[in-house]
Write a protein that binds this ligand. Structure first.
Ligand code: PMP
Length: 362
């Protein structure tokens, strides 16, 4: 036995590391980033603020000012606090760690955001996926049956869902919250909330088991890594115990506080992207050989419907034209021949649409 065989868990050895494709020189439409930067004057001011940050000191442990700014600007109801994470990814890890006990299970509709299953596995939890319907809506009855059978300690609902863009039925989510009751948490992951018409944040008081998770990533701050979740004070108190100390670095704190003081800029950018989303969808819907699905997020999912051509070929032909999108066609049977494309600026969207026309040509 080698050192690695002796010490690394077999299920970890069997994994591949999370792969992010190199986007050098490409129009990058694979990761749901906001394409807009801050206006020049704000960037200059931010630079001055960051220059004054005491990088020789650990971050303040309680993040009081940043939490207050998040609650004030990002729709956390009065009387509710947040736990902060180094991106939602870290919050998902904290939830897994807090709930991991032998034999416990995590449930989510699939296809969905891959970190729910990965994080569960890292923490030794079993992941159970329940297929969405072919139109990517939630299969309420199958979810309720799986909850009764598996008694999940965590149920994740991405709202809207990645990579489908679908917004699950609100009444079905309420049924899930009630069915789970006090045997598990229901995490409504609102990563794409700036692009969606509804939210569960205002409903926190109705459900003791509801956790609403969000991120600033899709808002335009993916690079600073900052996620937050809200829930009852009793739940937050427990989740806080597994948060790594100092997990939000001083530069992220300072940048987030500064940008949130100018949050109208982010709101305007989200409005531009929502308008572009419907324009891009309409143009895709008019393209022969393409099926496009409704989206409540800052990306669209499309299916290549042309005999003799599949999503992998179209992905490669787009890449030849320096346009990077995400090929999700192999992720799940329901996503057969599907590509996921971030909605971007009018200019980048045009580059994509033109490249797609070329890619689809016989
Ligand atoms: N939740 C969902 C549903 C996502 O799609 C993503 C990013 N792809 C995340 C969370 C991760 O967000 P963060 O950048 O805050 O880790």
């Amino acid at each position: 036995m080698s050192l690695i065989d002796n010490i690394i868990r077999p299920d970890v050895r069997a994994l591949s590391a999370y792969h992010v494709q190199d986007a050098a020189g490409c129009t990058k439409l694979d990761a749901m980033e906001n394409p807009y930067q801050l206006p020049e004057a704000l960037r200059a001011e931010l630079g001055r603020r960051l220059a004054d940050v005491a990088m020789n000191r650990y971050p303040t442990p309680s993040y009081t000012a940043l939490k207050a700014a998040i609650c004030d600007k990002l729709g956390v109801p009065d009387g509710y606090d947040v736990v902060l994470g180094n991106g939602s990814d870290e919050l998902i890890s904290m939830l897994s760690v807090a709930c991991a006990r032998p034999g416990a299970r995590v449930l989510a509709p699939v296809p969905t955001f891959v970190m729910y299953a990965m994080s569960a596995q890292f923490a030794g939890l079993e992941f159970v996926g329940v297929d969405l319907k072919p139109d990517f809506s939630l299969d309420r009855d199958a979810m309720l049956a799986a909850i009764a059978e598996h008694k999940p300690v965590i149920t994740y609902l991405a709202y809207p869902n990645n990579p489908t863009g679908s917004l699950f039925d609100e009444a079905a989510i309420v049924d899930i919250l009630r069915a789970v009751g006090d045997s598990g948490l229901v995490v409504v992951d609102e990563a794409y909330q700036p692009f969606a018409p509804t939210s569960f944040m205002p409903r926190l008081a109705e459900f003791d088991n509801l956790v609403v998770m969000r991120t600033v990533s899709k808002l335009g701050l993916a690079g600073i890594r900052l996620g937050y979740l809200s829930a009852s004070a009793a739940l937050l108190n427990e989740i806080e115990k597994v948060r790594p100390p100092y997990n939000i670095n001083v530069l992220t704190q300072a940048a987030a506080e500064f940008v949130l003081a100018h949050s109208e800029v982010l709101d305007e950018q989200a409005a531009l992207l929502r308008a572009e989303r419907s324009r891009v969808r309409d143009l895709l819907a008019a393209m022969p050989g393409v099926e496009v699905f409704p989206s409540a997020a800052n990306f669209v999912l499309l299916r290549i419907n042309r005999p003799g051509l599949d999503a992998t070929q179209v992905h490669a032909r787009l890449l030849e034209q320096k346009v990077l999108v995400k090929n999700v066609g192999k992720m799940h049977a329901l996503l057969h021949n599907c590509l996921r494309v971030t909605v971007s600026t009018p200019e980048e969207n045009k580059l994509f649409l033109d490249a797609l026309q070329t890619a689809l040509a016989p």
